[in-house]
Write a protein that binds this ligand. Sequence first.
Ligand code: GLN
Length: 492
Amino acid sequence: MTNLHRLSIRELSEGLQQGKFSSRELTQHYLKRIEKIDAQVKSYVTVTPELALSQANAADAAIKAGNATALAGIPLAHKDIFCTQGVRTSAGSKMLDNFISPYDATVVTKAKAAGLVTLGKVNMDEFAMGSTSESSYYGATKNPWNLDYVPGGSSGGSAAVVAADLAPFATGTDTGGSIRQPASFCGLTGLKPTYGRISRFGIIAFASSLDQAGPMARSAEDCAYLMNVIAGHDAKDSTSVDKEVDDYVANLNATSVKGLRIGIPKQYFNVAGLAADVKARVEESLKKLEDMGAILVEVDLNMVEAYVPTYYLIAPAEASSNLSRYDGVRYGYRCENPVDLMDLYKRSRSEGFGEEVKRRILIGTYALSAGYYDAYYVKAQKVRRLIQQDFLKAFEQVDVIAAPSAPTTAYKIGANLSPTEMYLGDVYTLAVNLAGLPAINAPVGLDDHNLPVGLQLIGNYWSESQLLSIVHQYQQNTDFHTQRAAIAEENA
Ligand code: GLN
């Protein structure tokens, strides 16, 4: 079989269970593709062939013995922010270039327990700060639709591996859009779950009150399979919530699009930087959902102008605190020949962190310092609550809220946006994290450069099943999610 990389997760599961191919064959197939194609895409930071093949052998044995779980033997790539025992976990930073994690993140443990095969670790913006994946110490990942463009970020590697058919699905994390925006730029489906749905244990922390892991894949159905594996309470993460987990696959048709009330925040569609092509594709997708029986309702979300400033205070504040652990003493990068302890701290951090990370540490430290704490950090937290209340008010009227995932399609590599230009590109995703809500990106067509456009649907708390179900039904009636990136077509 030569086209194993074109199969959906369900087809892979059936093929493996029915013995049409083995996990070893499937894994080798992916490893060969990575070897052949990834020099162009540059999505993997670390490939783990030995680990993958030993997991594949174990999965094949379990399948033969008749005691394998549904996903046993299917390959998966992890964003390089998830700690993986015995494997480098870099978070895209020179600071952690030499860090071999002594333990697995809970998401990784769960993936292993489900029999999934780890292909390797994929590229990302340094410490997940960014929207292009260009800030990685390992260099930029390319967008599989057009190698001159970025795949988005920070989970750009996760998006690129799936779009280039270098992994059937991948894990990502989303602190302010890092699952949804790269999914949008690469024509994928990506789900940012409710804060607390998935354990953060073993995920290198960026902004702890915003970080959340989630699946990135071709379709809502593929995402649902991964959600079934990784969602759930974890005693090792006190912010993970002890709440029953849905069967996301079984629920794929459980929400009726007929009669579904979709909120259209008019303020979102008046954002200055919203590209005409993006607006048009998103509106067409909403028309399609309307044809399928949904009811479009105008809603007010009045805080749009506060999203970027609020997030870009709170996220750096938390980051400056989280990143204080990288001191050159306990683990991570250490400078050469320090003259004293202060020199060791200063130079290890100056040399180990990249520019964007340092910018955030400076902003965050400033906002948290004694004289400015009330004026900036406390103020931002109050605005954060108002943003959340704005959403809850809208959810009294509607079931879900529709928006673009990003105001534009992918940027050119090296476009060198100023920090503020880059931050403004996050306008549609940040508020979801500030409010702790779930949201999904679905591909809804291409712009006039043949780059993908994404529709974002934002749900109320714990509505992951509903979001996946709506997108699943949309995908039963459209074929945008089946369109392949150029490099995937060239290597079909
Ligand atoms: N682009 C946003 C930032 O740089 C979001 C990143 C993320 O979600 N990890 O903070």
